[in-house]
Design a binder for this molecule. Structure first.
Ligand code: FES
Ligand SMILES: [Fe+2]
Length: 416
């Protein structure tokens, strides 16, 4: 019986062994999706190191507006200060550690801890703390700051002590941000999908469209990505030739395993929809005002990815963002964000249900297939499986993941 066999022969291989034994071209071994120790190492070497999408400036227009960005055991307060800046602080009181903000979003002049009422200003400076003695220094007890970078109106945070640079990405893609009006978008909707699966199964699923034709009929009626590899390549070549000069077609060269030292990995590419399609909607017609400087629908959508878990799909008239965050070693959350032009009015320029339909229904089916994936991976009989030619980006992701984990092991052992 497999259970007995497992008990008799416990897998004593270390993470370093598992990384060394990975077979390129195959999925990861089971322990990567189940082992709480590997998960702990991932939090340290991936989630406390890389940039992640926290949200959008349009969520916090006024001084004191805040929202929480949470993953694993962490909670970050993203807040608009009186001076108009976007700041982020760890939601951990410097007294005895209580959560300070308990609501997911709100507005407040001060950040006051509900336990013993220490209060902090919006910049994280400790303002009041009763009866702490004469030797207590308020200046040493401000909230732990979290790094923030804005990409247009997108708010990225990094919990690293010294974050990776986003400067190369910002410079390289400046024309993309200009074309699609990243400075002038607003968040029209956000929806969270809790998923009973390890975060990597969700992130991997996003990297490949091998599953699109069988699992996403609605998506496959609009996007050419669901075609076979050869049909897609031929369609894409024609599309890019016709598009030349209108929207950036040049792919960015760096992605995950190809990121420069000290820089965050990112990627940009323009891909065609099926002929005659304009946007990601029921029937493929445009559903919102054109973004940025776009003058007409060009029949495509751009993929834009930053760091390990933040992905964007830029249609001509709206942008969809995805973020996959771990909530435990066996659960994660997929957050979907829908962005439209900043001056578009709901009910007049776009209809919320029409806007969100495709990626709501697609993410619901993704959730189902990812959970099924985890359940099969949990079996005593699961073994690594061969990746398809249509899963080359998943292979990039796995290469990047394994090399990140390998680096963190060697850095840890150097530090010991
Ligand atoms: S834990 Fe926050 S005031 Fe005591
Ligand atoms: Fe999918």
């Amino acid at each position: 019986m497999p259970v007995r066999a497992h008990c008799e022969n416990p897998d004593r291989r270390t993470l370093a062994d598992l990384i060394r034994e990975y077979r390129p071209g195959y999925s990861l071994e089971q322990r990567f999706y189940k082992d709480p120790e590997i998960y702990k190492a991932e939090i340290k070497s991936i989630f406390l190191k890389h940039w992640m999408l926290a949200g959008h400036v349009s969520q916090i227009p006024e001084a004191g507006d805040f929202f929480l960005f949470e993953f694993d055991v962490e909670s970050v307060i993203v807040v608009r200060t009186k001076e108009g800046a976007v700041k982020a602080h760890l939601n951990v009181c410097r007294h005895r550690g209580s959560r300070i903000c308990l609501e997911k979003e709100g507005r407040s002049k001060l950040l006051t801890c509900p336990y013993h009422a220490w209060s902090y200003d919006l910049n994280g400076k400790l303002m009041t703390a009763r009866q702490m003695g004469t030797d207590f220094k308020k200046a040493d007890n401000g909230l732990h700051p979290v790094h923030v970078e804005l990409v247009g109106g997108l708010i990225f945070v990094s919990l690293a002590e010294k974050p990776l640079s986003l400067a190369g990405m910002k410079e390289d893609l400046a024309d993309v941000f200009e074309t699609f009006g990243f400075d002038n978008m607003k968040l029209a909707a956000q929806k969270s999908f809790p998923i009973a699966a390890n975060w990597k199964l969700a992130a991997e699923n996003y990297q490949e469209c091998y599953h699109c034709a069988p699992s996403h009929q609605e998506y496959a009626k609009v996007h050419a990505m669901a075609l076979s590899k050869e049909a897609f390549a031929a369609h894409r070549e024609k599309y890019l030739a016709a598009l030349a000069g209108k929207v950036r077609t040049q792919e960015s060269p760096y992605y995950f395993d190809q990121a420069k030292a000290g820089e965050e990995g990112y990627q940009y590419a323009r891909n065609p929809l099926l002929s005659g399609m304009e946007s990601g909607s029921l029937g493929g017609k445009g559903i919102a005002p054109l973004l940025g400087t776009i003058a007409e629908f060009d029949g495509g959508a751009s993929e834009f990815m930053v760091g390990p878990v933040s992905f964007f799909l830029i249609y001509n008239d709206h942008m969809v963002g995805y973020r996959f965050t771990p909530t435990s070693h066996e659960t994660c959350c997929c957050d979907v964000f829908w962005f439209v032009r900043g001056d578009a009015d709901e009910g007049i320029d776009y209809d919320l249900e029409t806007l969100t339909w495709l990626w709501d229904i697609t993410t619901q089916s993704d959730e189902e297939i990812i959970v099924n994936n985890q359940q099969g991976v949990n079996s005593h009989f699961y073994t690594s499986g061969r990746l398809s030619e249509m899963e080359s980006f998943e292979q990039h992701f796995l290469n990047w993941y394994l090399s990140s984990m390998k680096d963190s092991i060697s850095n840890t052992s150097k530090g010991q």
